[in-house]
Structure formats: structure tokens, C-alpha cells
Design a protein around this ligand. Structure first.
Ligand SMILES: Cc1ncc(COP(=O)(O)O)c(C=O)c1O
Length: 385
């Protein structure tokens, strides 16, 4: 029996979910009092809020001039699907996946759109060889694999001159990792991730090359109204000024505006990246000094600073999945970590969200609890044997 004592300190906020992610520090519903509830989103007050959300996104993410930023329906999934259905099919595609969400985009492309595509895959924990990809095809990939904790280290593998478009699902990267805009033609994300906003609204960012494609190519398949980015063969510019395709929630818009203000107050993009880095470092340091837990990401350069995925490596563990679930349950029962189980399709383990809305002191307070829960569960396993 190891008989480790319960740590003295609990995280002030036990919310470490990878989406919806914990809200900004100090959040309260009172902060949303300025939401124009019961008013039309087409009224000037609604339009100005939507425009502020678009402008704030551009400012904070440092999106270059000439790129369009739009708020679209159905969260990040809506934004990715809209991009794929509107842009793919003009040329061959390459679908790149190294975890569950990327794999979902592969299925849509191959089984639903049925277009000519190469599929490039890697196991959980690994990144495929991105330098071996033919970037003259349209390439669809995820910047940060939320369910494996493996991210693109940078955009070096993507050539500046390429004939294909790069369509990048960056939902768990935007506001935490540097996105090389010149290498990315479509970037999508949802408010519910790094800024701790609400779900159901997606953001799509289009490069001038993506806009050219939209205006010069019409897919062979019909497009439902909520996917349509063009009108009469031209880009529907209204979408990128806040004239959303259908009705957005002005409460969610207000919540996003409040999160953007908070992001400015912590130093903007640099501040947000530093916060995520410090959080992830606290987990990495903990794992580094233990021989029973490790990062799922094999190459340190690809370790995510948002969705940090961990696996238990102790040889005494009989059933990896049951063990990880039991540890998670203990953490939850103690009220020190909510929603930290590995994603349902991912290898057994823990996933600790480290995006900027999480406080480093809370990550630091959680780590001794992980140690406690690990030993408590090992003891329970030994006793049951
Ligand atoms: C990489 C990735 N893509 C897509 C999604 C789906 O996002 P949403 O539910 O906001 O549409 C998620 C959600 O976790 C994700 O992590």
C-alpha cells in the first residue's frame, strides 16, 4: 500500500474540459448585461456587435488585410463542412488525419463528397510526414489534434507557393498557437474552445486564394443555404461584415465580445499563448519527473499546449481503459478535475485542457491530485486482485 495522502490544495476552478472550455477567469452572467436581447440581429445594434466580433477576431489573431472573417452556423463543424463542400472538387484533395476529428473530415470527403483524394494518416501520438504531402492538391488538416494532443509545430512543411488550397481546422489552436496566415487558405474555429465562449457559432477565415476559388469554381453538388458563401458567383461580402446567413445568438455574441476584451487585458495573442504554454509546461514538468505517466505526443515539438493528452505507462496496470476511467472518476469525485477523460475514440488516459482561460495555479494544484488518484487506484487494483 502506498497510502498517499490527499493533497492540501484543490484547484480553485476544476474545469479542465477540452470543449466547451472553462470560461474566462472571474466570469459571471452579469458581464453579458449589454447583450441586445429581443432585438433583431439586423438592427444597427445587432450588426455593430457582430462587426465588433469580426473586427476583434481579426485584431487579436493578427489576420492579414485581404483575408475575410465570417461568423457561420453550426460551430467549428459547420465552418469546416462549409469550406469542404464549397471549395473541394476542383482538383484532387489530400485528407490528413492523426486523430478523431481529422478522421471525421476524411470520411466526409471520401464517403459523402466522393472526390478523388489521397488519405494520409498517423496513429494517435504521431504527426504524419507533412513534408511528403503534395501541396498542389487541396489539403485538409487539423492544426491541433484535440483528441491526441498532437499539433503542427509550425507551418514550415507548407510551401509558400502552392497550387492547392490549405483548409485548416484550427479550433483548438486559434488564440493559443501561432497560425502562419500566409500558409493557410481557410482557417476555422469555434468560440467554445480557447476563449471559453459558447458553442453553435463557427468562425471561418478565407485567404484571397480561397476567395478566388469560390468565385471561379462551382461544385457539382447542391449546397444548402447555410453552406453558401457566394451569391451570383461572387463572394457574399455581407457574411464578412456581420450579416450572418441565419440568426445568431446575440447572447453568445456578447459573451464572445467579453472574452475578446479579457484576451486584450492579458496581452492579446502573445499573452494568450504564454498562458497556454505555462499551463502545458506545468503538466509536462510533472510527467517528466514521473515514470508512470507520459505525454501521448511522441515528439516534444508536436506536443499540444491546449489539449494535453496523457497516458499511464506503469507496468502494474491491468486494464488501461478501466484504470484511466477510475482515475478520472476519483478526480471528479474529489471536485478537482471535471471532464478530463481521454476522448472516446482515443487511447486510454487523461486529457487536461491548458488553453488561456485556465489559470496556471489551478494546473499546478491539480498535478498532486493526479498523483494521489493514480496511487489510490493502483492500491485499489492490488486489493481487488
Ligand atoms: C479538432 C476539432 N474539430 C472539430 C471539433 C468540433 O467542434 P464543434 O463541436 O465546435 O463543431 C472539435 C471539438 O472538439 C475539435 O476538437
Amino acid at each position: 500500500m502506498t497510502n498517499i495522502e490527499r493533497p492540501a490544495v484543490r484547484p480553485a476552478d476544476p474545469r479542465f474540459s477540452s470543449g466547451p472550455c472553462t470560461k474566462i477567469p472571474g466570469f459571471s452572467l452579469d458581464m453579458l448585461n449589454d447583450a441586445p436581447l429581443g432585438r433583431s440581429h439586423r438592427a444597427s445594434v445587432g450588426k455593430s456587435k457582430l462587426k465588433a466580433a469580426i473586427d476583434g477576431t481579426r485584431e487579436l489573431l493578427q489576420i492579414p488585410e485581404g483575408y475575410r472573417v465570417g461568423i457561420v452556423p453550426a460551430s467549428d463543424t459547420g465552418a469546416v463542412e462549409m469550406a469542404m463542400w464549397s471549395l473541394l472538387g476542383e482538383r484532387k484533395a489530400t485528407m490528413v488525419a492523426w486523430e478523431s476529428f481529422g478522421a471525421g473530415w476524411v470520411t466526409d470527403c471520401v464517403k459523402q463528397l466522393k472526390i478523388d483524394a489521397d488519405v494520409v494518416e498517423a496513429d494517435y501520438g504521431q504527426l504524419p510526414d507533412m513534408t511528403a504531402i503534395d501541396w498542389n492538391t487541396d489539403v485538409v488538416f487539423t492544426w491541433n489534434g484535440t483528441t491526441s494532443g498532437v499539433r503542427m509545430p509550425n507551418g514550415d512543411a507548407i510551401p509558400e507557393t502552392r497550387e492547392g488550397l490549405t483548409i485548416c481546422d484550427a479550433t483548438s489552436a486559434a488564440f493559443a498557437q501561432d497560425l502562419p496566415w500566409d500558409k493557410l487558405d481557410v482557417v476555422t474555429f469555434s468560440w467554445q474552445k480557447v476563449l471559453g465562449g459558447e458553442a453553435a457559432h463557427g468562425v471561418i477565415v478565407l485567404s484571397p486564394r480561397a476567395i478566388d476559388r469560390l468565385e471561379s469554381y462551382t461544385p457539382a453538388w447542391p449546397l444548402p443555404k447555410i453552406f453558401r458563401l457566394t451569391k451570383g458567383g461572387k463572394l457574399n461580402e455581407g457574411i464578412f461584415k456581420g450579416e450572418t446567413i441565419n440568426t445568431p445568438s446575440m447572447l453568445c455574441v456578447e459573451d464572445y465580445l467579453v472574452a475578446l476584451d479579457w484576451a486584450r487585458s492579458v496581452g492579446g495573442l502573445t499573452g494568450l499563448m504564454q498562458r497556454a504554454d505555462a499551463n502545458a509546461q506545468a503538466v509536462w514538468d510533472f510527467c517528466e519527473s514521473r515514470d508512470w505517466i507520459a505525454n501521448l505526443a511522441e515528439d516534444p515539438a508536436t506536443r499540444s499546449n491546449t489539449s494535453v493528452c496523457l497516458k499511464f505507462t506503469d507496468g502494474r496496470i491491468a486494464d488501461a481503459s478501466a484504470f484511466a476511467k477510475a482515475v478520472q472518476k476519483r478526480l471528479e469525485a474529489e471536485g478537482v478535475a471535471l471532464d478530463v477523460g481521454a476522448y472516446r475514440d482515443a487511447p486510454a488516459g487523461l486529457r487536461i485542457w491548458c488553453g488561456g482561460t485556465v489559470e496556471t495555479a489551478d494546473v499546478e494544484a491539480l498535478m498532486p491530485w493526479v498523483e494521489w488518484a493514480f496511487h489510490a487506484e493502483l492500491d485499489a487494483q492490488a486489493q481487488a486482485a
